[in-house]
Design a protein around this ligand. Structure first.
Ligand code: F6P
Length: 319
């Protein structure tokens, strides 16, 4: 019986727990012995590794976050700590690894594979949806639903008070969350790092809209834009002439019960990841593309920056 382990690395997402549950169940189904590594690569170094059982994953499918814990490990970038990690895996005869994380985690794993031959399959997991080569990353749908809920709530108060709201989403340098949320929540304006903008170009149209009876504006901005949300709110007050408030959604976007779509995607990602390792695909990321699930090598995934879908980009409102 081969031993296989799973860890979650980087920002947690809702969908990791359903993935961990399916990991245990599918591993047993395939005659493998499943192990948990706690706290990401930190736990690999610190030997926080235990055998997993069905009991460990009972009642977790509806929970956000990750029961394994996560980290952004600096130590794993250091060769000497990777040697410690390898020794820990060897002591338990673990040869196969499933990694829930982002491209940084996959790059680290690829180095580990090249140095020590530990076979792995990465599952793209980040609410930012910014991993090149996959159109979907685990956790995105749940995050979008959290954002949708928040914007719907804010719309209630915005319309009651005749105010503008600047709602800031996460996403680092990627505007995916903000763009999709703005389209699906009927926002008047969306600002993302991928699209150059000049606030002055909206002033006339916004003032005109107010004159014609518009009572409120919803502006969705991504955390990576050049201005702060406070600057955008100040612009609305000073140049457009409407009272404005800022809501930074922050880490609420990373929590919540995983959506149906994320539970299903978690299931599929895990099945493909374990299948890859059993088929001797040794160092890959399981990506979701318009042609379905495809294994991609690490260079393909990490060498290029993720680009927003041009069709999606074309929907952004221009005044
Ligand atoms: O990468 C996921 C993410 O949530 C980003 O959207 C955000 O910029 C960052 O992580 C926040 O990191 P932390 O949880 O370390 O504050």
């Amino acid at each position: 019986m081969k031993n296989i382990a799973i860890l979650s690395s980087g920002g947690d997402v809702s969908g990791m727990n359903p993935a961990i549950k399916e990991f245990v169940e599918y591993a047993f189904e395939k005659g493998l012995t499943p192990y948990f590594i706690y706290n990401g690569f930190e736990g690999l170094i610190d030997n926080k590794i235990t055998k997993a059982s069905h009991n460990d994953v009972a009642g977790i499918i509806n929970r956000g976050g990750t029961i394994l814990g996560s980290s952004r490990s600096k130590r794993f970038m250091d060769k000497s700590y990777r040697e410690v990690a390898k020794k820990n895996l060897d002591a338990l005869h673990i040869e196969l690894l499933v990694v829930l994380g982002g491209d940084g985690s996959f790059r680290g794993m690829d180095i580990f594979y090249k140095e020590h031959g530990v076979k792995f399959c990465g599952i793209p997991s980040t609410i930012d949806n910014d991993i090149n080569g996959t159109t979907y990353c685990l956790g995105v749908d749940t995050a979008l639903n959290v954002i949708k809920e928040s914007i719907d709530n804010i719309r209630d108060t915005a319309s009651s008070f005749s105010r503008a709201f600047v709602i800031e989403t996460m996403g680092r340098d990627c505007g995916y969350l903000a763009l999709v949320s703005s389209l699906c929540s009927g926002a008047e304006l969306c600002l993302i790092p991928e699209v150059k903008y000049d606030l002055r170009s909206y002033e006339e149209s916004f003032k005109e809209q107010i004159k014609n009876g518009r009572k409120y504006f919803i502006v969705v901005v991504s955390e990576g834009i050049k201005d702060s949300s406070k600057d955008v709110a100040e612009w609305l007050e000073q140049k457009v002439g409407i009272e404005a408030r800022v809501t930074v959604l922050g880490h609420t976007q990373r929590g919540g019960s995983p959506s149906i779509y994320d539970r299903l995607m978690a299931y599929k990602f895990i099945n493909h990841a374990i299948d890859a390792l059993l088929e001797n695909i040794n160092s890959s990321v399981i990506c979701y593309t318009k042609n379905g699930f495809v294994y991609k090598n690490i260079d393909e995934v990490t060498s290029k920056k993720y680009m927003l879908d041009p069709e999606l980009l074309s929907y952004i409102k221009k005044f």
